[in-house]
Design a protein. Structure first.
Length: 60
């Protein structure tokens, strides 16, 4: 998420997912993870979040 537009809002897409999810894997290309709000109130058994940036950088 965020490969073309770092500020693209995926919250509406995530909100349309089923209320109960066994496993969810998301790949972020930027630091903006605000779209995760779309998963509010979802029951997720397991979630994997990946990011291609340096997540231990001071500006993260």
């Amino acid at each position: 998420m965020g490969l073309i537009d770092k500020h693209q809002d995926f919250s509406q897409i995530l909100a349309q997912m089923p209320d109960s999810i066994q496993k969810l894997t998301l790949f972020f290309e930027g630091k903006d993870t605000s779209s995760l709000i779309g998963l509010k109130d979802k029951k997720i058994q397991e979630i994997d979040l990946y990011n291609s940036s340096n997540t231990i950088a001071d500006d993260w």
